[in-house]
Design a protein around this ligand. Structure first.
Ligand code: HGY
Ligand code: MN
Ligand code: MN
Length: 414
């Protein structure tokens, strides 16, 4: 396979800068929640770049946007490369964006070189990777893991989902038409920033992802009794805020003492009615927990729910728990990991194999085709923040490894 083939660094840089300007926030971040006007504007830019490159543009029933470079054999399978253009609220400009634009750049470079591969190539931007609405709408629909039940009480709320779908011109029942026949997929490769400190601290250029954590999301509410903040004796209160506070601290202690390598996070907390002079009668929190394997995730979920019950009892409170979503841990393909390492070695880049503590669309694709991820260093490991950044040289290395691995994989599809 031609090793002289290279990506076009200047073109990737100008695409990246143009995209980062969409939904840009102070401090260098972006705010492009799934199917928000800013996200739709980012998709419009991607579509324009695809057309400008003379590639076919495809938008499926789940809103996934793709550039397609077909090979001469019409019945050939498709090698998918991609990531996501949506962001978390007040997020960073590299998370997802780098992977989508690098995938597009790989297709353009191969097209310009006139290379004829035995597979079709597709650069895809998946809908709602960040779970602002549901979580993995696009890759879940494509892989067949998304169900109508997932849309009834999603973690972003049903009204926000319906508003987003309407804004994007998508229909609930249309989402499921995005499903692909796994036999039509040769594999999936995703370039992504690590979003953690390992590569940056080790001075390694490329991370070869071995597996992606499983993630469970809950909405929890501790329920007590709203009362007068001035006249209700401290010992007589049924203060819902105490249940939430006790649980947050106990969850941290539980994970740090009994679940090494796992995480639990309460990312949102709301006290109601929410006034200076009312003892809160309700405390609602958004909980996520993550583990690298199925059994540990199961045990972690059980222990956290038991802990919540304990805190509710301690403060004389009720407890409401709603499961909002669960994505299984996913091992990455050995074949794809090998292709990534070979591509990095061809470029003289040092690699390390590592798990992903972040969730990714790849954990859905791993269910239906050989899947792998390429990580590049995040400066100080910061992500999901306007301070998220990666050295541009590392981003270019990642895009070059994506090109090399795609070429390797395209020759070894079976
Ligand atoms: O939340 C995550 O782990 C990913 O960034 N979506
Ligand atoms: Mn991401
Ligand atoms: Mn993210």
């Amino acid at each position: 396979m031609s090793t002289s083939l290279q990506i076009n660094p200047g073109r990737l840089q100008s695409d990246f800068d143009a995209l980062a300007a969409i939904g840009a926030t102070a401090g260098g971040g972006v705010n492009r929640p799934a199917l928000s006007p800013a996200h739709l504007a980012a998709r419009a830019l991607f579509a324009a770049q695809v057309k400008q490159a003379g590639l076919a543009l495809q938008i499926d029933g789940a809103g996934n946007h793709s550039a397609i470079l077909r090979c001469p054999n019409k019945s050939a399978p498709t090698l998918l490369l991609g990531s996501h253009l949506d962001s978390v609220p007040e997020g960073g400009r590299y998370d997802g964006a780098l992977g989508v634009l690098a995938a597009l750049e790989v297709l353009r470079s191969i097209q310009e070189a006139g290379l004829k591969l035995p597979v079709h190539l597709e650069a895809i931007d998946f809908t709602d990777e960040e779970g602002t609405l549901v979580g993995f709408i696009g890759s879940g629909a494509l892989c067949g893991t998304l169900t109508p039940h997932d849309l009834q009480n999603p973690r972003g709320g049903r009204q926000a989902l319906l508003a987003g779908l309407a804004r994007a011109g998508l229909r609930e029942d249309g989402l499921f038409t995005a499903r692909r026949d796994p036999a039509a997929l040769a594999g999936y490769l995703e370039l992504h920033i690590e979003q953690g400190p390992r590569l940056f601290n080790a001075g390694d250029a490329i991370g070869v992802v071995t597996g992606i954590v499983g993630i469970a999301s809950y909405r929890m509410a501790f329920t007590g009794r709203a009362n007068h903040a001035g006249t209700t004796p401290m010992a007589a209160r049924r203060d819902a805020g105490l249940g939430a506070a006790g649980f947050i601290l106990a969850a941290r202690r539980l994970v740090m003492e009994a679940f090494p390598g796992c995480v639990a996070n309460v990312g949102a907390l709301q006290l109601e009615p929410g006034a200076f002079n009312i003892v809160p009668g309700r405390a609602e929190l958004a909980l996520e927990c993550r583990a690298e394997d199925e059994d540990t995730l199961e045990r972690l979920q059980t222990r956290l729910l038991a802990q919540a019950e304990q805190e509710a009892e301690r403060y004389g409170l009720g407890l409401e728990v709603t499961v909002l979503g669960r994505h299984a841990p996913a091992p990455m393909s050995q074949q794809v990991q090998q292709a990534i390492e070979t591509a990095a070695a061809d470029l003289g880049l040092c690699t390390q194999r590592m798990p992903s503590g972040a969730g990714h669309d790849a954990q859905n694709l791993a269910l239906v085709c050989p899947t792998g991820m390429i990580f590049v260093p995040s400066v100080d490991g910061i992500s999901h923040s306007p301070q998220e950044s990666s050295r541009w040289e590392d981003c270019l290395n990642g895009a070059s490894v994506l090109l090399g691995a795609a070429l390797h994989l395209s020759q070894n599809t079976h």
